[in-house]
Design a binder for this molecule. Sequence first.
Ligand code: ZN
Length: 333
Amino acid sequence: MVSFKELGLVNTREMFAKAIKGGYAIPAFNFNNMEQLQAIIKASAETKSPVILQVSKGARNYANQTLLRYMAQGAVEYAKELGWEHPQICLHLDHGDSFELCKSCVDFGFSSVMIDASSLPYEENIALTKKVVDYAHQYDVTVEAELGVLAGVEDEVASEVSHYTKPEEVVDFATRTGCDSLAISIGTSHGAYKFTPEQCTRDPKTGRLVPPPLAFDVLDAVMEQLPGFPIVLHGSSSVPQEYVDMINKYGGKLPDAVGIPEEQLRKAAKSAVCKINIDSDSRLAFTAAVRKVFAEKPAEFDPRKYCGPARDLMTELYKHKIINVLGSDGKAE
Ligand SMILES: [Zn+2]
């Protein structure tokens, strides 16, 4: 048993309370490798933004859970080295799908876990979420739960259709489970293809897809039911068209990739939405930078020469999100 406190990590309780009060949101960035983690920490340290490092089940399988844990521990020290006196870094399990997985993360030094039982019938979602909450709270680990179903694909989480969260269920759910935050479905979606062309309109000037707006009426109704309760948005990448264009220009093939417009996320961040998950955008930045080097310098075979530029582009992306979308800069001195 390792406590997250020994690792210098923090849970989400204070982070979220401050974020709701301050009208901003905490970035939750997924990581699978060293370059991504360096970019996240550098961007957070330079902007003094609290940050949530997310590990999915797929990331655990890809990078090894032991290594990821020590990387997160190393991240705290790296942040201090960068001059961030009091780093506010949370290590969070993204989309935990069983009690056993969540327990293993709690025992292993995670400061926060998500139990995603949203695909189960309502009562089963409550029972499993409560079981995880009861265990995690013994160790002061915070728990995110989910109500409603997001469309799209993220690692092993996939659904073809979305079901908006039912605002009439949230009070009962939050009360009976004791969860610390709630991921809701208001039209965000996992992956780089969040909407089909049929769901979108097309901008006649640019030819680009314009996605349908988020269901802010559902968010408003949830906030009315649960005033001041921390709300989480998954699948909130914007799929920046400059990266998509770069990928396509240098030999990639991502036709009609589309995300959530940043002005909608900006609006959400000012509300009780206090955690916004961003993964695909960083994957796109990484791939765009690597493709560019491969196309322009075909003789290059030193991974540092293409992972380095990828890291730089991701750092820039993370800083942009923190400063211009979430507003979390300067919130953790
Ligand atoms: Zn998600």
